[in-house]
Design a protein around this ligand. Sequence first.
Ligand SMILES: Nc1ncnc2c1ncn2[C@@H]1O[C@H](COP(=O)(O)OP(=O)(O)OP(=O)(O)O)[C@@H](O)[C@H]1O
Ligand SMILES: [Mg+2]
Length: 399
Amino acid sequence: MSTPIISFRDAVKVFPGTRRRPEVRAVDGVTLDIAEGEIFGVIGYSGAGKSTLVRLINALERTTSGSVVVGGRDLTGLSESQLREVRAGIGMIFQQFNLLSSRTVAGNVAYPLEVAKWPKDKREERVRELLEFVGISDKAGTYPAQLSGGQKQRVGIARALAANPRILLADEATSALDPETTREVLRLLQRVNRELGITVVIITHEMDVVRYCCDRVAVMEHGKVAETGDAYSIFSSPTAPITRRFVATSLRDRPSDETLARLRERHPGRLVVVGIDEVTGSTRAITQVFRDQGVEPAVVYGGITEVAGKPYGSLTFEIAGPDDAVAAAIARLRDVTAVDDLGTAAAPAVEPADTEPVETDGRSGPPRTRVIGAQDYGMLGARGARLAGPDPLIIEEDD
Ligand SMILES: Nc1ncnc2c1ncn2[C@@H]1O[C@H](COP(=O)(O)OP(=O)(O)OP(=O)(O)O)[C@@H](O)[C@H]1O
Ligand SMILES: [Mg+2]
């Protein structure tokens, strides 16, 4: 990995208890490096400590113990004025956009430049350039109330970029947006990263956001990092149970229990879920196995999508043919990819009773055992949109 631009070393943040509520270890011993120039995702359920973790990066919260180093500076011992310097190199965007309603789009983007005492002509030029970059030049004189969510977030991004930060923190920046607008905003964040070379840290509870645009990801649970890795390997071989739940909600390529029941009515034969990946489980390799064994596969369910720009997913086949040929085909498939034999309608295979950590056979390559239980589906569906809370505008804090 290239030089980390952000390093946590055993970082702890405890919010002291009161008479009414116990203390909270919001961040509980996090050690993590974020490399310069990457898009890094932090994913976790509500209350996992994600926002607190990012607020340690710009020192809106101070660590209780451990350290946070940003751009080579250990934040632990810095004075408030030194912290302001560090914060000047960090932009932040929010779920609720946090725009100033009394100012126009241009006025919002100009605000941090006014605070930083840029001369008027330089300010105007910079604002024009930024609005052009985020694609809302035509809205310069419009007030936030007249903008769509996607447009508001573009203003938020332009404002966060105003003073040329090296780091952009995005805390649930797409959580209030519909899926199409989410993609547009994520594409813009990718441009911020690739064209401007800015390190982007994306906080999210949606695995699709990670799948779509993160290079690496940390999965948080109860203030700790449960798992970290590059986006593709997190999807293809998740180890922590929480990671597997997130992956299942994003891919939806495996039949749920209810879907499987319907599939069995239509397809009483041998059902097998086969993992598709870029390493060994290509669809070509799988087709070859079927041909060699002389069995007849029919795709009955599944999906192949892209994770970090590479193919990933699974297909459920009904395999027809003599019993020994079907058994041989399944054995051969296990040599090339992850396989879950569901059995037939008359003799269903016994599902593992739980979602204990994945067993691999110790070899490199994809896991031999399917990792996602149907019971993992829908974990996030019940969680409605939630307000980000009273996060202050950083630029106001510095005021
Ligand atoms: N200022 C505070 N005082 C006391 N407790 C806090 C404070 N800020 C956060 N917490 C607690 O710390 C824990 C982590 O909160 P945090 O906001 O970091 O979670 P999160 O992962 O961002 O959740 P969400 O997805 O809901 O935004 C929660 O239990 C929360 O109630
Ligand atoms: Mg949060």
